[in-house]
Every structure is written in structure tokens, then in C-alpha cells.
Ligand binder design. Structure first.
Ligand code: COA
Length: 258
């Protein structure tokens, strides 16, 4: 199904490994096509409860957009490329099933943007984050100016954007860009352990949490109204009845996702 991704589905967790290690997993057209397909597959496959995106090899998560594909692009082609990247990353951000980034090395440019489109990030201790586009006479095109500002605040974001500085995993943790930093050998196990906990929760409620939290950054929606609506929707689910009944009966809830 994919030419640039290695995937594995185990215990409801779909692990996606971007698999161009000799090019530090740079995002070319084929990776975009595959990530787009993968995001649809995560949504539609009932066996998948959550997903991890990581990079192949010990060195890089994703070292950016594939710079070799920039040659010869005119203004409208460049805008189309940015739109394509933004649409795929929005699909990831709006996934009803959690998608987390396990950042195993360089997350630069489009790599940092991909990690930021995920619902949250875990980093290995060798990870490095940055938006080095100004080194190339460019700016981020796949949502980086927006999500970096959302995640770490305007002052820190603008400094990183205009200096092209790279930050290490410890700084990313301090900035709130990542939730955890672990030794590289433990990265995927840590990601899976977190997702196993999340996978035991009520799926519709998990999806609604993501959807409503995302409205904070969507000026077309009133997040408080969305929260009221989604709170009400949850009351119409079997899982809400099961969760509250199980609590009162002092037993573990068994959720069906309905
Ligand atoms: N696009 C295309 N190819 C890339 C790439 C990218 N964004 N990042 C790395 N590569 C390729 C290199 O060209 C090299 O290919 P080659 O072996 O055929 O020459 C290979 O991946 C290994 O990278 P290299 O630069 O030799 O590794 P390094 O350890 O010396 O440096 C980085 C690592 C991440 C610092 C460096 O690769 C880099 O700066 N990459 C570009 C980062 C960037 O500007 N990203 C934003 C793009 S908009």
C-alpha cells in the first residue's frame, strides 16, 4: 500500500515509520501521498485505535521537506505544495483517533511541522527541533508559523523562526513542545505504553476531546459551544452508560466505541 512508509498494527496501535533513512526521511511527494493514505486508513480501520509516527534510523525523525523537489517551482506551484502539505497535516491534526509523534532525531522544517500536527510529541534524548527555512530564503509552509506559536508562545516561536536555531530535546521539553524525553532505545515503548492507556478509554469521548480542543485555534468555531454540544453527544453513547454504570458498580468499564 505504501512506498515510503513501514507500518505495523499491534494491539490497536498503528506504528508508521517514515522510511527514507538515507535522505533523513525528508518529505517528498511520495511521502505526502503515503501519509495522506495513512491518515485515511487510521480513520477508517476499526482495528486501529491510535497511531504513532516516527522516522527510520537513529538520526532523523524527518529532516524537512525534500529540498531537491523545490528546484524550478514557480510561485503558484509553491503555493500548491504548501496547500497540499497543510491539508495532510490538518487531516492528522483532526484525526478522531490519537496520533502521536515519536521524534527519534532531527525534526526540522517540515519534520517539526509534522510532529506539531500530531496530537502530542515524545522525543528521544538526541532529538533536535527547528524551523531552518530562513537559511533557504523561505518560511515554513506546512503550518509551522501557526503551530509553533500555538505550542511554545509567540516570543519563543518568532525567535526560532527568524534565527533558524535548533533546540535540543531538553529545551523542547522546557518549552512544552514535547511531553516527554526518553533514551532513544525506549522511545517507541514509551509511546506505546501511553497509547495503551488512552486506548482503554471511551473512543467517542477521546475523539470529542481532540475535536473540541482543536477548536481553540479555529476562529470559525466557538469552543465553549462545541464543548456543550459534544458533552451532550457523549450522553447519547453506550460508552457513557457503561462508564458511569461500571464506576457505580465498582468494576472496570468495557467500552465498545458506540
Ligand atoms: N531534503 C533533501 N535531502 C535531505 C534533506 C532535505 N531536507 N535533509 C537531508 N537530506 C539528505 C542530504 O542531502 C544527504 O543526502 P546525500 O547523502 O545524498 O548527500 C542525506 O540526507 C544525509 O544528510 P547530511 O546533510 O549529509 O547529514 P548531516 O548529518 O551532515 O546533517 C542535517 C544533518 C539535518 C543538519 C542536514 O541534513 C540538514 O541541514 N538538512 C536540511 C534541513 C532543512 O533545511 N530542512 C528544512 C527544509 S525546508
Amino acid at each position: 500500500m505504501y512506498t515510503t512508509l513501514a507500518t505495523e498494527l499491534s494491539q490497536g496501535i498503528y506504528t508508521i515509520t517514515i522510511n527514507r533513512p538515507d535522505k533523513l526521511n525528508a518529505l517528498n511527494k511520495d511521502v505526502f501521498t503515503d501519509l495522506d493514505t495513512a491518515a485515511d486508513f487510521i480513520k477508517s480501520n476499526p482495528e486501529i485505535r491510535s497511531a504513532i509516527i516516527t522516522g527510520a534510523g537513529p538520526k532523523a525523525f524527518v529532516a524537512g521537506a525534500d529540498i531537491t523537489e523545490f528546484g524550478g517551482l514557480d510561485k503558484s506551484a509553491a503555493m500548491a505544495l504548501a496547500k497540499r502539505g497543510q491539508d495532510i497535516f490538518l487531516k492528522i491534526e483532526n484525526s478522531p483517533k490519537p496520533i502521536i509523534a515519536a521524534v527519534n532525531g532531527f525534526a526540522l522544517g517540515g519534520g517539526c511541522e509534522l510532529a506539531m500536527a500530531c496530537h502530542f510529541r515524545i522525543a528521544s534524548d538526541n532529538a533536535k527541533f527547528g524551523q531552518p527555512e530562513v537559511n533557504l530564503g523561505l518560511i515554513p509552509g506546512y503550518g509551522g508559523t501557526q503551530r509553533l506559536t500555538q505550542l511554545i508562545g509567540k516570543g519563543r516561536a518568532i525567535e526560532l523562526l527568524i534565527s533558524a536555531a535548533m533546540i535540543d530535546a531538553a529545551t523542547a521539553l522546557q518549552y512544552g513542545l514535547v511531553n516527554y524525553v526518553v533514551p532513544q532505545a525506549e522511545l517507541l515503548d514509551k509511546a506505546k505504553a501511553i497509547l495503551q492507556v488512552i486506548n482503554s478509554k471511551a473512543p467517542v469521548a477521546v475523539a470529542k476531546c481532540i475535536e473540541v480542543a482543536n477548536t481553540v485555534f479555529d476562529e470559525t468555531k466557538d469552543g465553549y459551544d462545541e464543548e456543550i454540544r459534544s458533552f451532550g453527544d457523549c450522553f447519547a453513547t453506550d460508552d457513557m452508560k457503561e462508564g458511569t454504570t461500571a464506576f457505580l458498580e465498582k468494576r472496570k468499564a468495557v467500552f465498545t466505541g458506540k
